[in-house]
Design a protein around this ligand. Structure first.
Ligand SMILES: [Zn+2]
Length: 408
């Protein structure tokens, strides 16, 4: 039966060595006393609640790479601060409801509920004392049972592990992201080459964060994986749809070697599989903005124009981003993983696919109203209208999947 098992965890001294005694009693009359749930939209001052990337926040904050960073598969970030506190940050333009933060201690294999948040608003950050360091408390285990844990004075870094669960549909989408790319903003590009690169601000950073989460979800999508790993088939189908069997340019992915007389350095099936996962690995990407004639990518850098951040990505115009991100992964213009020429490569395919996902409403964020970036004229160089998405009836994914293929 649920809730009839009551565990007692005894902390010995102030160290992280635990004496653990589980005792099970039929009809246990123990009434657990759990900590109250937390509404992060109305926190007291001691939690130091704030909204990151407020429009008028100093850009020096977003360029502080030690303070502002997140992994694309963990937009809700929980980091231990000091021996007795955590910092909770949500890198998302839309808030979450019913978020459960679990903790796990060494020498005790079960996760227990540390914080239960009824609401966490968009781009929220706050600090919370780890309740174990405040006193003896009851905690709900994942199994539905209860554990009582004595006061523990503090934790060395890494001694307590945090994990997040939520049934919120948005969080369920975050959970599907397979990429663990680390996102940061770097001011070194516009500092060193002003004009070629331009400074960003929090209005643009919020758009960039929204886009990179969507893009990472798209790359993780099973339909993308199957198309990427069978690109030769995609090319054949594309030719067939155009009423021909003649494929324009390369018939499959090829690498960085210069092409000679239409001879390509085709990648093997195994290499293609490995490259797919390179796009989703844990490397760092610095998102930047260009002002000159060209966008740039390579090493940690991937950049594009203001217009792409403000309206382009909402319309699925992801060709430039895909190109620069491929430079960041290591591909040059002689590979169709970066190059759009000769019948189209990844840029073209990704863009068609991304638009199809917007059409299916199968991205974490498809409503530009969540940010209203185009209205924030004081923070923009160009003038923009509200992006209104439409799909072409000739979209290759629409033609093939006809509204099917949503990631359930
Ligand atoms: Zn390029």
């Amino acid at each position: 039966m649920r809730n009839t098992t009551h565990y007692f965890l005894l902390a010995l001294m102030s160290s992280i060595i635990f004496g653990c005694s589980d005792h099970e009693t039929e009809g246990d009359a123990y009434k657990p006393n759990y900590l109250p749930s937390i509404d992060a939209t109305s926190l007291p001052k001691e939690n130091r609640p704030m909204t990151m990337f407020e429009d008028d926040e100093s850009p020096s904050k977003m360029y502080d790479k030690t303070d502002r960073w997140f992994r694309v598969n963990q937009p809700l970030q929980v980091i231990q601060k000091g021996k007795d506190s955590v910092q909770v940050s949500l890198y998302s333009p839309v808030g979450l409801t019913d978020v459960k933060i679990y903790a796990k201690l060494p020498n005790y294999e079960k996760r227990f509920l540390l914080y239960s948040f009824t609401k966490i608003p968009a781009f929220h950050r706050s600090f919370h004392k780890i309740p174990l360091t405040a006193g003896k408390n009851d905690y709900l285990l994942e199994t539905g049972n209860t554990v009582t844990i004595d006061k523990i004075d503090g934790f060395s870094s890494g001694a307590i592990e945090f994990s997040v669960e939520s049934e919120d549909p948005l969080f369920q989408k975050f959970k599907k992201i397979k990429s663990s790319h680390l996102v940061q903003f770097s001011d070194s590009y516009h500092t060193n080459e002003l004009g070629k690169f331009l400074p960003m601000n929090p209005v643009l950073a919020k758009e960039a964060i929204t886009m990179i989460i969507n893009y990472s979800y798209a790359l993780s999508h099973p339909l993308y994986y199957s198309t990427f790993t069978n690109f030769d088939k995609y090319k054949q189908e594309q030719a067939a749809t155009a009423g021909t069997t003649t494929i324009n340019g390369a018939i499959n992915w090829h690498g960085n070697a210069e092409d000679k007389d239409g001879v390509y350095d085709y990648l093997t099936k195994d290499e293609i599989e490995k490259i797919y996962w390179n796009y989703l690995d844990s490397r760092t990407v610095y998102m930047a903005m260009v002002g000159g004639d060209s966008a740039w990518g390579g090493g940690p850098l991937a950049s594009q124009w203001e217009s792409s951040y403000v309206t382009g990505h909402w319309l699925g115009e992801m060709s430039v981003w895909s190109h620069e991100y491929s430079h960041h992964i290591g591909f040059s213009h002689s590979s169709n993983l970066a190059n759009s020429g000769e019948g189209g490569g990844q840029q073209e395919m990704l863009t068609q696919f991304y638009k199809y996902l917007i059409y299916l409403n199968d991205l974490p964020f498809t409503d530009p109203e969540v940010l209203k970036g185009w209205t924030k004229t004081a923070y923009l160089t160009g003038t923009y209208k509200k992006p209104v998405f439409t799909i072409s009836p000739k979209n290759t994914f629409l033609l093939k999947y006809k509204g099917e293929g949503k990631w359930n």
